[in-house]
Each structure stands twice: as C-alpha cells, then as structure tokens.
Design a protein around this ligand. Structure first.
Ligand SMILES: NC(=O)C1=CN([C@@H]2O[C@H](COP(=O)(O)OP(=O)(O)OC[C@H]3O[C@@H](n4cnc5c(N)ncnc54)[C@H](OP(=O)(O)O)[C@@H]3O)[C@@H](O)[C@H]2O)C=CC1
Ligand SMILES: O=CC(=O)O
Length: 356
C-alpha cells in the first residue's frame, strides 16, 4: 500500500487570510496523466498567509491555463469548501439538488450549471460532496449524472463519505469514460471546512491526486494518499467508527456523573486535561449538558458511517462489539426524530424517557 502525508499547517484560515489568498488560486495545466509539473512546498511551518503565498509562488506566474473546477453538493460541508475555492480566486461552477443553496456561492462569483452532467462537461475537475452512497451514486450515474459529462483529460474527485464498494463502482464508471478518479473523503467538520482545515484521505489515480493537490490545500490542512480506491473510504470509516463510539461513551459518562451528583461541566474539564482528551469533548460537552445540539455533523450521517464501518468489519470478520453497541444508540436517536441534529444528540438516546 502506498502511503504519503503532507505536513499540517498550524494556522486558522481567518477571513483576513482568505482575503489575502484571493487570486492565489493555483494555475495548472489542463491535461492530466502527465508527470506533475508543480511542487507543493511540504511542511510549511507558519501561518496561513504563508500558505497562500506558497501557492502563489508555485503557481502564480506559471502562465498555464487555469483549471475549471466543478462542485456538486452544497450542504453543511460542500458549501464552505466551495466557498474557500471561490475566495481563493478559483474558477468554480456549482450545482446542488436544492438550487437555492447555490445562490450564496453564485453571489460570490461562482458559475452555475443545471445538472451534474453539465458541470462535469464544462469543468476540468469536478468535486462531489454528497450525503451517502445512494446520493453519490445518483449524482455520478443517474440521468444527467456527472459520468455523462466526463471525458479523457477530466477528473472526478468524490469527497463524500461512502463505503469502498460504492467508491469502486463510481471509479469504474468514471474511468470508463477515459477520465481519472480520486476518492478523497474528509476528516473534520463544519468549522474545519469553513477554516480550510480539513484532512483529506485520498486514494485512486495518483496523477489526479497531484493535479488537485493545490485545491485540497486550499480546503484542508493535510492530505494523505493511501493507494488504491477503497483505502480512503476505509480509512474514513475507521476514523468515524472510533469517533461515534467515543461520543457514545462520553454521553454515558456525562449522564452518570449527573446521576451521582457530580457537575458534568467539571467532568468535561477533567477529561480535557487528561490522557483521554479530545477536542470534541470540550467543543460539544457544554452544549450537550444544556441538551442543545446545533448541527455540525448530522446524527444521521454518523449512524450511516457506523453502519458502513460495521459492514466493512464484517467483510473481514473483524469483531467490533463497541461500535455495534454505539450504532444501536444512534439508531434509537434517529427513531426519536434526531437525525438532523448534531451527532452529539446521541446522548438523548440514553435518557430514560427515550428508552421507554
Ligand atoms: N458535516 C460534517 O461534519 C461532515 C460530513 N462528512 C460527510 O460529508 C458528506 C456531506 O455531509 P454534509 O455536508 O454534512 O451533509 P448535508 O446533509 O448537509 O448535505 C448533503 C448534500 O447531499 C445532497 N444530496 C442528498 N441526497 C441527494 C440526492 N439523492 N441527489 C442529489 N443530491 C443529494 C444534498 O442536497 P440538498 O441540499 O438538495 O438536500 C446536500 O447537498 C456526508 O457523506 C458526510 O458523512 C464528512 C466530514 C464531516
Ligand atoms: O465525519 C465527521 C467528522 O467530523 O470528520
């Protein structure tokens, strides 16, 4: 298995920095499949402004034709990802099933096409950020799907969280057209998407990976190249299987602490200072204690990821009893109408009134 990681940038993509980065969108050769012409500086050690300037230094004066970038799916994640590309000066064309979600991006300068096929036909690389395997397949294969607009020299980058089987199906269909395919699911939620701090877990055509790397660097803080299609999907499912179980265990801890007379806010503080600290606890804990779940990562997507991870585990006979138990809790939460709340609403599934 091939493995590659670029160093992370210790910065936040503030609006000032975004403004600084405008017109720094990478200019790239239009044709794929050749040796990478440009080199991304590795492990820059300071600040976003350095990131923006690096991109300018590498691409700004190349004189090559700018790649036209398509973006399909403008939900919680897709909208800020596309926005960061637009604000960096990229030539972006958007499509979303619910057209009204395109308006804010069109106002920022994006072009619009009325189907995935038209986006793919009018762009050199097309990113897709869809809800789940069915929607990813629909948008790639359906009537007026992206595959109908693909051709040799183009690239399709699916950044949705799906299972490896779905990803391989999409890859095969796209590659049948002569185009290239990269799966690139992301780790990181709404805020990292807004801040250009996502972690890309990519696999597939290496030449496409190299071609789109500058775009990944606008939207993210690091990227991994993991080899064959399916490895990116599997990595994402493993990570989210761990995250879903952690959130379920954290929920149990908060409720138990309250029942025995402890202040759950102090539990959050103690956890945050110790070896089991994870940013998620301090970020979500205070609102969970107030029974508030402002949506960053919808609970229905976390349950989807657990379901897909369990199926992946079953395919290789790996026992995953903790994830299986967590999945049951998310299913209970869904059945109580919490699908569109943040995944931290899983705590509600443990409250006595929901279990009756
Ligand atoms: N939110 C998060 O924190 C993270 C999410 N992810 C993953 O990223 C993906 C997107 O997540 P997120 O943005 O939160 O999800 P949202 O539910 O906010 O957005 C889903 C997107 O998929 C579109 N869609 C759904 N069904 C269809 C369909 N049948 N045909 C066409 N388009 C469809 C929606 O269109 P419409 O607007 O019309 O409904 C929308 O653009 C998911 O796979 C998720 O697991 C990964 C990392 C973090
Ligand atoms: O998929 C969700 C995330 O936070 O990553």
């Amino acid at each position: 298995m091939t493995f590659f990681v670029r160093g992370t940038y210790p910065h936040n993509l503030s609006s000032t920095a975004m403004a600084m980065s405008s017109s720094f969108c990478p200019r790239l050769p239009v044709q794929f499949g050749t040796k990478p012409i440009f080199h991304i500086p590795t492990k820059p050690s300071f600040s976003l402004s350095f990131k923006a300037l690096s991109v300018q230094a590498s691409y700004g004066s190349s004189g090559k034709e700018e790649l036209r970038v398509g973006f399909l799916g403008l939900g919680i994640m897709g909208a800020p990802m596309a926005q960061n590309l637009i604000k960096s000066g990229c030539d972006v064309t958007v499509w979303n099933r619910t057209k009204s979600k395109c308006e804010p991006l069109i106002n920022l300068g994006a072009k619009y096409q009325s189907s995935p096929q038209e986006v793919a036909a009018s762009c050199d690389v097309t990113f897709a950020m869809l809800a789940d395997p069915n929607s990813a397949l629909d948008v790639a294969f359906g009537e007026n799907g992206a595959a109908n607009g693909m051709a040799p020299g183009k690239g399709y980058v699916d950044v949705s969280t799906v299972d490896d089987t779905t990803s391989k199906l999409i890859s095969a269909r796209i590659k049948d057209t002569g185009a290239s395919f990269l799966e690139a699911p992301v780790s990181g939620s709404k805020k990292p998407a807004e801040d250009g701090q996502l972690i890309f877990l990519t696999a597939g055509d290496k030449s496409l990976y190299e071609t789109v790397a500058p775009f990944l660097d606008i939207m993210g803080k690091s990227r991994f190249y993991l080899g064959d299609v399916g490895n990116g999907a599997a990595m994402k499912l493993v990570v989210n299987m761990i995250m879903g179980s952690m959130m379920a265990a954290f929920s149990e801890g908060l409720l138990l602490s309250e029942k025995v007379g402890l202040d759950p806010n102090v539990v959050v503080e103690v956890v945050s200072q110790g070896a089991i600290n994870a940013p998620m606890y301090k970020m979500k804990g205070p609102s969970m204690i107030k029974s508030q779940y402002p949506t960053a990562f919808p609970l229905k997507h976390q349950q989807k990821d657990l379901r897909l991870a369990l199926s992946l585990a079953e395919s290789v006979s790996q026992s995953t009893p903790i994830a299986a138990a967590a999945n049951e809790l998310y299913k209970v939460a869904k059945s109580h109408g919490l699908s569109d709340q943040d995944f931290s609403a899983v705590i509600e599934a443990l409250k006595a009134k929901l279990q009756q």
